[in-house]
Ligand binder design. Structure first.
Ligand SMILES: [Zn+2]
Length: 82
């Protein structure tokens, strides 16, 4: 869950892990620790047509969630990080 400094929702003021409630480190509008952010708009063939769901997970909760997957997460490396 995020609270933003600006109206365009670009600079986070506070970020919390939706799973455990931990507040993640944010300094001057920049998130300074690992965070999995999900923003999904459900489409026509779902039961949530037109609903946007958003949540954030700290890295520990992300690891616990993905460790339970039957099929592992696909991982690739990026050389340029934003
Ligand atoms: Zn967490």
């Amino acid at each position: 869950m995020r609270k933003y400094l600006d109206q365009n929702n670009l600079e986070p003021e506070k970020v919390w892990c939706n799973k455990c409630g931990k507040e993640l480190l944010v300094e001057q509008g920049y998130l300074k620790e690992g965070c999995f952010s999900a923003r999904h708009l459900f489409g026509y063939f779902s039961h949530k047509d037109g609903m946007r769901h958003s949540f954030d997970l700290c890295e520990e909760c992300y690891d616990r969630m993905t460790e339970s997957f039957v099929i592992p997460v696909e991982v690739s490396e990026e050389t340029e990080l934003m």
